[in-house]
Structures are given as C-alpha cells and as structure tokens.
Design a protein around this ligand. Structure first.
Ligand code: FMN
Ligand code: SF4
Length: 428
C-alpha cells in the first residue's frame, strides 16, 4: 500500500532548515493561511475544518470541526483557546517534534483558532520537562509580536490576540482537558465534573476551546488546501495525515508523518521507509533474528495488538474495527523476549503513580491490579480467584472511574488477556 503515500505531507512536507526563523517560515508559505482566514467568516473557516474530517490528535479523536462549531454557537464572552502540549502519554513524542521543528505552524494554527472565536488569548500548557521548547516558543511569540502577527490588530485585522506559555508540573492527569484548565488557573490538576462542558464553562469559567498541539498544527494546511483536498490525503472518516511515534524493538525509532488509511501496521513496523523491522534491546545480541510479539497503540491507555492484527490499516475506523485505537499516535513495538506480565506491571505502576486519588475505583483499583500482576509473576502465588478479580477490577474501573485515566487504565490489560491468556494462567 506504500505507493499510496501522498506526494505532499501537510506537516513535514516543508520542514525548514532553521525552524525558529520566521522569514524561513514565511518564505515557505507561512502565514498565507492566516491571511486567507482573515478574509473568511468564522463559519466558513469551520466549514473547511469540518470538510477536512480532522479528528483530534490528543487521544480521544473527537472531530475538531464539531468542537469548533459548538463553541462558535456559544454567545458568552470572552472566549479562550488552550493548546494541550502536556504530552504525558508514555511512548508519545510527536507534540515535542512539532514544537521543535514546526513552532510557527503550531502558532499560526492557534492564531487562526483565536480569530474564529474572537478569543481573548491563548495558553499553551507545555510539559514541564520541555524547558528548551518553552524558551523557543516564547522567542517565537516575541518574534510574531514584532512582525504584527500577534498583539494589537494582527495581520491587518481588527483582531487583537496574545499567546502565553504555561509550564506543566509533571503530572499525567494534567493532560486531561478539565484538569489541564485547573492547572492553567494555578489550581491542583484534578478533573472537573462534566457537564458543564468546557466549551461553556472552561478556563476562568469562560467558553474555551481545548485542542492538542498536532490538531492545531494541521489547521494552516487545511485552510491553504481547503478541507476537500485535505481529506483526500487520508481516510474519508479521518482526513489528512497523522504523526506516529515508533519506539521499542524496531530498528528505526522516531516520528513519522503518514496518511491515514493508506498503510497497514505491518508496513509501518517492517518497511524500510518506517520502522525497518524488528531488533533486540541490545544491538549486539543477534539483532536481526527476533520476532514481533505484540505492539501497544496510542500510549499506555491504549490497547495491545498481536501478529494477527498486523494487516489492519492504520486509520481510526479500521483500528476501531480491529479492537485497537490511534490514541496519541504511539506505536510501542515489543519482541518475543518481552514477558507480557512484566510489561503490564510497568503499565500498572504508571497508572498507580499517576492516579490523582480523587475517586476510589482508580485510586484503589490500580493498587489491586498491580498486586495481582505481581502475584502472577511468582510461581504458585496467584489463584484462579486472582484472575477473576483482575477482570472484575477492570470492569469496575472502566465503568465507575471519574475520568479517562481510570477508565482506560486497564485497556492494555484487557486486550493483552485475549492474546496471551496462557501467560496469565502459567503460574496459577
Ligand atoms: C489522563 C488523560 C491524559 C491526557 N493527556 C493528554 C495530553 O497529554 N495531550 C493531549 O493533547 N490530550 C491529552 N488527553 C486528552 C484531552 O483530555 C483532550 O481530549 C484533548 O486535549 C483534546 O484535544 P483534541 O481534540 O485536539 O485531541 C488526555 C486525556 C486523559 C484522560
Ligand atoms: S479516575 Fe483516577 S485520575 Fe481520574 S479522577 Fe479518579 S482517581 Fe483521579
């Protein structure tokens, strides 16, 4: 299917030598989309985003156009834009790539969103560890102010707008959109009760748009190309391209921009253009002779797939049909040396550490899940009752947890059970 890859990749197709040089960005067509958008009505811009079928790239894959349309119809003012750059999902490093390599494209996307909603200001909540990125973004914002793309009456319009950077504090839960807004307001990063929806009662209790870094970065290309052209690059249900993060036991690890719906997981993992095939953790140990055991898609909150799912096409629709998800774009590939139980123990440790403690199913459930997984790795320590409890806990946690963290904490476990039941039962 590789031959169907598009000639032009909207995000990385025009990578500059120096991503921080505004002139370079402008010379490669940068800010043409903002100029075009300035001559369009808010409804016309949103129509293009809807035609593009851009599904949010932060994990939940919510249609961006619908979210924008909903916010447009809310009459309360002021409105705020928040860019989610927390990037806390393990195995995910594509927002970092965008902020490092395409900072002006991201900022242009945010400014267009600001224009659509006549927003008061935007806040980018950047993962705390990305210190240099925060500095670079601040410099880029200053540069935009000097050139009239931010500040008073930007790009020849009556619209005044500013973008602020907020540094994250290192908690995964702060990526959840309502906890994110609490953190932006300087409060403890814990999820809010919804409804009210953030579009109505968001940042500082005002109507707010929250989108992921990659979602914003696609906007300039959508405006430049038009939604109809953009959607054809990808899948009819999920237009355009997506950044995937390949890591683990593949030869080529890194960020790749791929058209949605044109490549299978097998091609992504094994073709030389992308993953390049399997390797071992230590290159010296017969690197070539290892087989794939499983892959984990969409971050720790995503599901695990096995060799029988390798021919699934990488699109939201096709993956969903196969019981998998795009999620955050992470593709962690593991070889046959890896014990599924040891892998799941790491996942459980992560969720136990990151649970904010607000609700019982997640706070206590993650603890119990880890206890049982620990027992399952010790010969004779676990009973059939422990396996049963593992299932009951998963059901309760996914159904009764307050937010997405607890609801998805056992997604990997449940999917892995279907593939590797024998390993779970080996020590019972
Ligand atoms: C526990 C948890 C962590 C999350 N972390 C992130 C994150 O780091 N970045 C992100 O963009 N979305 C994250 N999300 C999803 C956000 O809640 C939200 O759906 C997203 O920012 C919306 O942007 P999008 O529609 O452009 O995808 C997380 C969700 C949950 C439940
Ligand atoms: S599910 Fe977990 S992270 Fe979410 S509110 Fe409950 S304890 Fe906190």
């Amino acid at each position: 299917m590789n031959e169907q890859a598009p000639a032009f990749l909207p995000l990385t197709g025009d990578l500059q030598n120096d991503p921080l040089l505004l002139d370079d960005y402008k010379n490669s067509g940068g800010f043409n989309a903002l100029k075009k958008a300035a001559a369009m009505s808010a409804a016309e811009i949103i129509t293009e985003v809807k035609k593009a079928n851009l599904l949010g790239r932060g994990g939940a894959a919510y249609p961006a156009g619908n979210k924008w349309e909903h916010l447009l119809h809310i009459k309360k003012e002021p409105k705020y834009i928040v860019c989610n750059a927390d990037e806390g999902e393990p195995g995910t490093f594509k927002d970092r790539f965008i902020m490092e390599k395409l900072p002006y494209k991201l900022l242009e996307g945010i400014i267009i969103a600001g224009l659509v909603f006549n927003a008061q200001a935007a806040y980018i909540y950047v993962r705390g560890e990305y210190r240099q990125i925060q500095k670079n973004l601040l410099n880029a914002i200053e540069e935009l102010k000097r050139h009239g793309f931010l500040g008073d009456k930007i790009a020849g319009t009556d619209f005044s707008f500013d973008i602020h950077i907020i540094s994250g504090g290192g908690a995964y839960i702060c990526g959840e959109n309502s906890a994110l807004l609490n953190a932006c307001e300087g409060k403890t990063g814990r999820p809010r009760i919804k409804p009210p929806h953030l579009a109505e009662v968001g940042l500082f209790n005002c109507p707010t748009l929250v989108n992921n870094v990659e979602s914003f970065a696609h906007i300039p290309s959508i405006i430049n190309m038009g939604g109809d052209a953009y959607v054809t690059i990808g899948h009819q249900d999920s237009g355009g391209t997506v950044l995937v993060c390949l890591s683990g036991h593949v030869k080529n690890r890194g960020v790749f921009e791929i058209p949605l719906g044109k490549l299978t997981l097998r091609e992504l993992i094994f073709s030389d253009e992308y993953g390049g095939g399997m390797t071992r953790a230590k290159a010296s140990v017969k690197a070539q002779n290892t087989k794939l055991k499983f892959f984990h898609l969409g971050g720790q909150s995503g599901r695990i797939g096995g060799i029988d799912q390798l021919d699934t096409v990488y699109s939201h629709t096709d993956l969903r049909k196969a019981g998998l998800t795009v999620g955050s774009g992470a593709i962690v590939v593991m070889n046959e040396d890896v014990s599924i139980l040891e892998y799941l123990k790491k996942t459980a440790e992560f969720f136990l550490h990151e649970s904010c403690g607000k609700c019982v199913p997640c706070r206590e459930g993650n603890k119990q899940i880890l206890n049982i997984l620990n027992k399952l790795t010790i010969p004779g320590a676990a009973t059939a009752g422990d396996l049963e409890n593992l299932h009951r806990l998963s059901r309760v946690m996914s159904g009764a947890s307050f937010c997405g963290l607890g609801q998805t904490a056992t997604a990997a476990l449940v999917s892995a059970w279907k593939l590797f039941k024998n390993e779970f039962e080996a020590n019972v």
